[in-house]
Write a protein that binds this ligand. Sequence first.
Ligand SMILES: *Cc1c(COP(=O)(O)O)cnc(C)c1O
Length: 359
Amino acid sequence: MTDFIIEPTATPTDPARRAELVANPVFGRVFTDHMVIIRYSEGKGWHDARVTAYQPLSIDPASTVLHYGQEIFEGMKAYRTADGRVSAFRPDANARRFAESARRMGMAELPEELFVQAVDALVRIDHDWVPSGDGKALYLRPFMISNEVFLGVKPASEYLFIVIACPVGSYFSGGAVSVWVSEHYTRAAPGGTGEAKCGGNYAGSLVAQAEAKEQGCDQVLFLDARERRYIEEMGGMNVMFVRDDGVLVTPPLGGTILRGITRDSLLRVAADNGITVEETLLDIDEVFEGAASGRYREAFACGTAAALSPIGCFRRTGGEAVFGDGATMGPVSAKMRQLLMNLQSGRSNDSYGWVHPIV
Ligand SMILES: *Cc1c(COP(=O)(O)O)cnc(C)c1O
């Protein structure tokens, strides 16, 4: 157990103002009073773990992250349970994925226990910021940047690990989203960084996301880089479909798809609730045909930020694939969403050991 130096902020948010912010959360713009910061340097290892006031960082202009982008992050949530306590959901899975991302990006690996302790420490000091109510949570953003002052190209010798948090409501405003199938851009190639949760993957996806908006769509879907044929995932969420035989299908992980914890949780919960799951390659043409014929009845995106949101349609040059009525969540998606949210909020018995009580 690492001892964190605790330095409570000298200027906490006024409780009435905080209550207002927590009651009407806006995604990603308002942060809690504190942050966690832990330093790494070669030789010394991880040291100087602190919980301190949320504040700007001071970074040398020659810091490696500003030039070569050694940056990884996680996205997770702390939920207020029915009894008023606060729990995180599978933080050990985030810790493991964070370590895997660090390895892929040549960064220092943060011990998984330290990752979980850091998240716990921040939630403990800022627990008043955890909202209650359907779809609301405290979003936690652990991340790591390289921070060596050097313009040479090599894995850095110094890193900062930081955790910040913000109260959030539902990521999407509700209703089914429309999705543009990207023809020009891909997100990840075999041997690349697609499986790492690194900022660079997002940087590379933004122009495709902008193109989706120009086409009048909410989100973008990427196909595989080799054949431009198989469905991979969205810019920041995995995708699943429900077929007319009731089977829940999703593309298999294979190095180019981010290993979503929501994806993994849904597959396990579905299987345990009598829904057959299949991880299989999904040809985009077959899915377009299958949407028209009724073979593919439901489609949804899944990830921590949005939990599970229905996909109304896919669009590409010269065609549209509409799932279900194109507007509302299908019955299997709705059941999956409810099962997941019941677990996260502590409303159903956690037979998986996924709920991690903090406060
Ligand atoms: C984070 C992320 C997801 C979803 O992962 P969860 O662990 O379910 O939040 C999916 N795709 C990409 C590209 C991501 O970065």
